[in-house]
Design a protein around this ligand. Structure first.
Ligand code: GUN
Length: 290
């Protein structure tokens, strides 16, 4: 069993980006610039945004964080997005999700200039991904592809079960795994809350990608010997032994599943750091597109 070390791979990718940025700046080009909007103060979102901004600083990107109260109107948020769209110095924009309930997420996502859509959430980006055209790939699924690629894990012709059909992870991961590409070319089954016989699907899988946010929902009896298990879950569960009062739990019962696997991602230190590395890659791509 080998651990897929997303933290180490993320550090490697970020150091490669840092070199490219310093070469760009030495050549008189501008620093790539990422803008992030955080509405409200959801604990998880605060943590993710803080590490995105920290990564920008580490690799030499400029960053702008716009913090907005969760009482602002959708129109006010759209106004901020419009200003960023029109700001030629800003290459990439992310609006951290989830948004407060009174906002229409689709409308907010569609308001982002597709050329700055470094989250890969805009329908233009999603359409380009489905058609295999160059564009911004969503960060978490692309991070998974980078892990599979780096560790030279064969995906072609393999049975892949994706659990969870969110727009952000499950659905795009299923598309990337099935595309005629490497990694890709897998036979993909997308399982979700209405799937009747999840265990039977999982037991056929050479590769399981779980993205439900339900701790310990992938158990050893669902995993065949030698499977590759990718755990996208990062759920906060109470833990009195931690200073913060919580720890992060994946979807996978790691202690019992790991011994059966050929490869498995840990939580934390697996897919999570790769999400940030992919976002940084997209931001560099956005800057280079100018
Ligand atoms: N919320 C959970 N994952 C993501 C992500 O990749 N991007 C944004 N903007 N919000 C998220």
């Amino acid at each position: 069993m080998q651990i897929l070390d997303g933290k180490a791979l993320s550090d490697l990718i970020k150091s490669q980006i840092k070199e490219k940025v310093s070469a760009r700046v030495s050549a008189g080009q501008k620093q790539p610039h990422l803008a992030a909007i955080l509405v409200g103060n959801d604990g998880g979102s605060e943590t993710y945004i803080a590490s995105k901004i920290r990564s920008c600083e580490e690799i030499g990107f400029a960053s702008t964080l716009i913090r907005l109260e969760d009482t602002i109107t959708e129109a006010e948020l759209l106004g901020h997005i419009k200003k960023i769209n029109e700001n030629a110095d800003i290459d990439g924009l992310i609006v951290q999700l989830p948004l407060p309930k009174h906002m229409n997420v689709e409308k907010v996502i569609e308001a982002t200039d597709p050329n700055k859509d470094v989250d890969g959430f805009h329908p233009v980006s999603v359409g380009r991904m489905v058609q295999g055209l160059p564009g911004f790939l969503p960060a978490t699924p692309n991070g998974i592809m980078k892990i599979l690629e780096h560790y030279k894990i064969e995906t072609s012709g393999k049975e892949c079960v994706v659990i969870g059909r969110s727009d952000i992870v499950g659905t795009p991961a299923s598309i990337l795994m099935s595309r005629n590409n490497n990694p890709g070319n897998a036979t993909v089954t997308l399982c979700h809350s209405r799937t009747k016989n999840l265990k039977d699907h999982c037991l056929r899988a050479d590769i399981i990608i779980s993205a439900t946010g339900i701790p310990n929902s992938v158990t050893a009896d669902m995993v065949k010997d030698g499977a590759v298990v990718i755990d996208v879950g990062t759920t906060r569960v109470p833990d009195a032994t931690k200073k913060s009062g919580f720890r992060l739990s994946g979807d996978v019962d790691f202690a019992n599943v790991a011994p059966k696997c050929s490869y498995i991602t840990p939580v934390p230190g697996g897919v999570g750091p790769m999400t940030i590395a992919s976002l940084m890659l997209n931001t560099l791509l956005a800057a280079e597109g100018k």
